[in-house]
Write a protein that binds this ligand. Structure first.
Ligand code: F6P
Length: 545
């Protein structure tokens, strides 16, 4: 088998001389280009034919995947091996959505009974809150649920709750994450404590933002309903059951998970409680079914038909071989407005690393900058740069064939047309000749047309992928998220890094803890660097009035 070094060398040589650069020509040459550069899972279709790759590129990427033992690494993950080596942990978020009935072993024990017990407890609790059997301390039914968490304990549920709004039939869900008092202040302002339930979501139950917001929520509630009301208005999601008990939340309202579930991969279990509250346990089950369907596809489909594998290989090609530093995720699906933010954590906290699995600096680059906004809004903001800017930024489009607003079909046709038009424009571009001819055809004088035409040239050949699905429902959302999780995994294997730790967030946390008393009192400012000391002084002067 080719070594990883040789596989990368071959890819770089191919990029320099063999890979397609003129996409119009590539489509003209190969009538089957779309068929050979796309893959399906039922209604879901991933099209990478508008990327600067051909059959040979994909074959070389597959050789690299083999050289990196992608199959073996994937099998090790699903088998519960401790592939998160820096923390000595298995990586088994897939067990949370294992619908097969098969056991999943960690350290010789089947974790599925515990997984299913937590799901059953969540369902009982959600049923109780949703049908009014579980009420607040004064006997009022719960109308609003506030999830207090951050990072993986916020972004996934917040994204999914918004994505599934057509399926909401439970209490309203709100999300508070930022330690900025504005977040909890604005949220509490509209709420009635007697009808509010707080979910304190923190894997570690130590995260300063979450603990600060939880304490503020507790104080707000106690101030209006008294200390005895706490038990009826708080529940918790955590792996740190002892710390939850210390906060005063009962075991019957504590939903656990395990250290083999990474925070950013955790919305499938107890961290998904707000999702289950909003859409109900049955639909939450469909969400898990969708993710499990993607897991099965990821484990069994051959590389070229495998959506997460192909998304990962193309992502790696764009980032590591073509050298594009960022990628834009553009859902033409307003309800996926928080998908880019969610993917920023999933992708960048997983693959934004400079150290290889063996502790040495990685050769080359790691994951790209991920960003985005829904279309069509992005078209009226940053698409100018995507089309004519000096950086090439691969774009990942997502779009549903059908919306939920049956009476607004015209809107959906416009949405679809815009999505497809953008990927077409990025690929085809517009030549100087075409730009000039268009201006002349519109009646412009030749001199004026020649002067204006260069501004209307689009270089084209800008890569994009498109993911199309039937309709955004719980099953499909589960598939989409699992697709991205596995894609991040595939890219991590090619980069040669551990996607499941996040040491890079530690230093800032440590320094914030150290700076808190400095900000509060000014003492010790002189021991910080000159910039930090001066900023502390300026802030303190402004606060003093
Ligand atoms: O930002 C670092 C991080 O550890 C994330 O990985 C995690 O999702 C987030 O903080 C929240 O952590 P916790 O759930 O323990 O409060």
């Amino acid at each position: 088998m080719t070594s990883k070094t040789d596989a990368i060398k071959a890819l770089k040589a191919h990029a320099a001389t063999g890979a397609p650069t003129d996409m119009r020509a590539a489509f003209a040459r190969d009538a089957n280009r779309f068929e050979t550069h796309s893959a399906r899972l039922d209604d879901m279709l991933l099209d990478w034919s508008k990327c600067r790759v051909d059959g040979e590129t994909v074959a070389l990427l597959e050789a690299l995947a083999d050289a990196c033992d992608l199959d073996g690494r994937r099998a090790a993950m699903f088998a519960g091996e401790a592939i998160n080596t820096t923390e000595g942990r298995a990586v088994l978020h897939t067990a949370l959505r294992n619908r097969s009935g098969d056991p999943v072993m960690v350290d010789g024990a089947d974790v599925m009974p515990a997984v299913n017990a937590v799901l059953a407890a969540m369902a009982d609790f959600c049923h109780g809150v949703r049908d009014g059997a579980i009420r607040g301390a004064t006997g009022e039914p719960i109308a609003d649920v506030v999830n207090i968490g951050i990072g993986g304990s916020d972004l996934g549920p917040a994204m999914a709750v918004r994505a599934l709004s057509p399926f909401h039939d439970g209490p309203r869900c709100h999300f508070v994450s930022n330690v900025d008092g504005a977040d909890i202040g604005d949220t509490l302002a509209g709420l009635d404590p007697a009808r509010t339930l707080f979910i304190i979501a923190s894997k570690t139950f130590t995260t300063i933002e979450t603990m600060t917001n939880a304490a503020t929520a507790r104080k707000w509630l106690v101030g209006q309903l008294g200390e005895d009301a706490v038990g009826a208005h708080f529940c918790a999601v955590s792996t740190a059951l002892d710390k939850v008990a210390d906060f005063g939340i009962g075991a019957d309202r504590t939903f656990g998970f395990w250290d083999w579930v990474g925070g950013r991969y955790s919305l499938w279990g107890a961290i998904g409680l707000p999702i289950m509250m909003a859409i109900g346990p049955t639909r939450f089950g469909r969400f898990l079914d969708g993710a499990h369907a993607m897991d099965t596809h990821f484990r069994t489909a051959p590389m070229r038909q495998n959506l997460p594998v192909m998304a990962g290989l193309i992502g790696y090609w764009n980032r590591a071989i073509s050298g594009y530093p960022s990628r834009a995720v553009i859902p033409y699906d307003q309800r996926l407005a928080r998908l880019p933010a969610y993917l920023q954590q999933l992708d960048m906290e997983s693959n934004g690393k400079g150290v290889a699995l063996d502790g040495t600096p990685i050769a080359g680059v790691s994951g790209p900058i991920v960003w985005g906004e829904p279309g069509t809004n992005g078209q009226h903001a940053f698409f100018q740069l995507l089309h004519q800017g000096t950086d090439i930024i691969p774009v990942e489009f997502l779009v549903a064939a059908n919306g939920h607003e049956d009476d607004l079909a015209h809107h959906h046709h416009l949405l679809l047309a815009n999505c497809l038009a953008q990927s077409e424009a990025l690929m085809k571009g517009r030549t100087l000749r075409e730009a000039t001819d268009q201006l002349l055809a519109n009646g412009m004088e030749e001199a004026a047309a020649n002067a204006l035409a260069p501004h209307k040239v689009f270089t084209g050949n800008r890569p994009s992928t498109t993911l199309v699905y039937d309709r955004l429902d719980p099953f499909t959302l589960g598939r989409i998220i699992a697709l991205y999780e596995h894609r991040v995994f595939v890219e991590a294997q090619l980069f040669g890094i551990n996607a499941f730790d996040q040491w890079g967030v530690e230093l800032g946390k440590e320094l914030a803890t150290a700076l808190l008393p400095v900000v509060e009192t000014g003492d010790g400012a002189d021991q910080r660097d000159a910039s930090t000391a001066a900023l502390v002084a300026h802030v303190r002067a402004l606060r003093a009035g």
